[in-house]
Design a protein around this ligand. Sequence first.
Ligand SMILES: [Fe+2]
Length: 384
Amino acid sequence: MNTMQNLPISISSDMRLRFLQNDEKTFASTEEQLPLVIEPVKEKSFAALKALLKESAQWFNKQLDTYGAILFRGFEVEGAEQFQTALELLNVQLESFYHFGSAQRVRITDKVFTSSEAPPDMIISFHNELNMVPVRPSVLAFFCQVQPDVYGETPIINTEKLFLSLSPNLQHKFGNFPQRFERYVPNHLLEIVFEGLSREEISKLLQEQGFDFNWEEDGSLYFECSYITIITHPRTSRLCFSLSIIDCLVNREWYRNLGQRYSFGQRLYYNLLPTKLYKNFQQRLATAATVVDGSQKRTSTLNASFLNKDGQCTKMTEAEAKELGKAEWKNAAIFKWKQGDILVIDNLQVAHGRLNTKLKRKILTAFGNMCNIRDMKPALFING
Ligand SMILES: [Fe+2]
């Protein structure tokens, strides 16, 4: 197939449109049209990018709907302020709160944050940002301030393509069983998750968003909600699959595929350890990773499961988790970051993750155009 045929027609002679080339990717996949790349023809300055965004904000947003992600590459973008300016010119209503987040983030401007500081060897599995919350960003953006020498990719994936590549059984499960998210936040971590909010304000926020919640006697908080993860995109009517599968066996497929980045011992662990043992170890690791204050043993946890037709919680089977992990790998776009990159993502149709990284890497993030998943239509898909 000639993918060039699917490029939009440029509306300015100052920019060139293309898809990623093979030498910009770290792994080949079936995904060849994500993201749409915008690069300067001659003038690379930030002023040139600003002029383009100002002139054609509407056009860029249309492309974002169509392609799911846009990468501005090759422009001279220097810091958090310029990143924020670019997004504002795209008419993104940036959100200045990062409530419900689980990672400690540093605020660079009032609307730009550092991305997750998860341990470098760890792979963060695919998710849409703030997926466990009904009111979530419809636009998410990343800015590469310090380009990693190696690794540190932020893979992205078109969730409709991913969903359509799954077996009918798994499609049926995702399409019909609501996913339930249960979150537990101990007292001493409330400040990280609900930055600056009082207990009353947190209760109000949870109520507004339709969570069931409970304050425990020691001041810790338990809250949960559930919804179908397959929705119809409000503008394109395409299927969106909210990816937030918290299952270490999905990720295990990624560790296996990235084996050459890990030591011999780690490779054995990812490839050969029996499933049950692997799950056990991973659960213990996950618990250890969420301890923020060493003096307190209680950690913040997030559990996800599916509710079957009797309202009971079920987890994915081993085979289903493997299938999903393999399908993710096959459909993902995995590419190297370049200094100054701005990646704008439609957080409803496209999910993202993070591969293992080395220390020299600084990716900033911002999001906005908040929307409520409960306002969206469920997606119809042809399946028995
Ligand atoms: Fe994220």
